[in-house]
Design a protein around this ligand. Sequence first.
Ligand SMILES: NC(=O)c1ccc[n+]([C@@H]2O[C@H](COP(=O)([O-])OP(=O)(O)OC[C@H]3O[C@@H](n4cnc5c(N)ncnc54)[C@H](OP(=O)(O)O)[C@@H]3O)[C@@H](O)[C@H]2O)c1
Length: 376
Amino acid sequence: MFGNYKKAGRGDFMNVMCYSEQRVRGVLQFLFPKAHHSGLEELSTLPTFPHTASTVTMSETTITLKRTGDKMPVVGFGLWKVTKATCADTVYNAIKAGYRLLDGAGDYGNEKEAGEGLRRAIADGIVKREDVFVTSKLWNTFHAHDHAKALAKHQLQLWGIDYFDLFLVHFPISLEYVDPSHRYPPEWWGDDGKVHLAKVPLQETWTAMEELVDEGLAKNIGLSNTQGSLLLDVLRYARIEPQVLQVEIHPYLTQEALVKLAAIHGIAVTGYSSFGPQSYVELGAHKGASSLLEHDSIAQIASKNNKTPAQILLRWAVQRGLAVVPKSNNHERLVSNLQVTSFSLSEDEIKAISALNINLRLNDPVDLDPRMDIFA
Ligand SMILES: NC(=O)c1ccc[n+]([C@@H]2O[C@H](COP(=O)([O-])OP(=O)(O)OC[C@H]3O[C@@H](n4cnc5c(N)ncnc54)[C@H](OP(=O)(O)O)[C@@H]3O)[C@@H](O)[C@H]2O)c1
């Protein structure tokens, strides 16, 4: 995985009563369909595997974030591995096709081009800035307080916008600082090709993230690639709690416990790499996993619903109460990926897809360096 991953160059709920009530109820209903949720104390007595189709109604296209009430689109466009050369046009066309969330990151190396596409769409009157939910992420080499703030400002300049709707800590891994004027994005490695860990605790980074909110540079802040114990630790000291958790979720890695924990704390979850191994094939990093898009169970459900396998994978996630951010460099696929909020899968179909879980994690920094086993 290392070589190709390195070459590829990138690391990589709904109207509320409010979120903390309706969303938690919704996800819990998904998790425990037969239970009546009068309170979270019931959790301990409930069965432990999620299957039902009843959490997300067919018309739901946004998730309302708890702290701000901001509406985060359920389906967004992922920018990882969208090439610089095509990025501005792809983003412009994605917005024209109806996407209202762009999922970027400093590490993707295409923020300037993504910003060009967004600003062109605004200039052409397709959208206003406030119509598009822009997400970006802070890379590992910038976790120190002052670096985090400086980088967020640099990233906003690249996009050519005044604020991010959501800014995430990309990984709970701190690496040695690399000056952006020397190399940007710095990826995982120093000039010597080795990973250099840095001793910046996440609390320091989180304080900087909160100050970005204070200064109006980020409307919402959150975490990515973070599991339960660390999430709970952030909640102990957070003045501004994480609003969104973005993690790898697909039928080979269903992550029920983490999704449940986030729901209990009123944190919306975005599942990335919805198509599982597909995104990692081009990196030679799919770990030998068979395609989900060609899986018999998915193909059968797709055929029965007159949808594509990709739409079934996305709908499975959305129906679990997750947001998704599929990426495609192909316009036809990009358009069809957006069309997953107007049909429903049956409870049995959801169950059959969830049963494919093999806890296969494709995006795992331990594959780059054993000291970075954040999911151990
Ligand atoms: N927070 C993190 O650490 C992290 C990590 C990974 C990803 N992400 C985010 O999540 C987004 C999505 O994840 P991802 O990029 O890993 O993968 P993905 O969206 O699950 O899959 C992308 C792959 O599937 C193909 N594809 C897209 N639509 C398709 C369709 N309808 N039918 C068949 N194939 C299709 C794409 O090829 P074509 O382009 O040729 O269509 C590409 O090879 C990223 O872009 C990024 O924004 C975040």
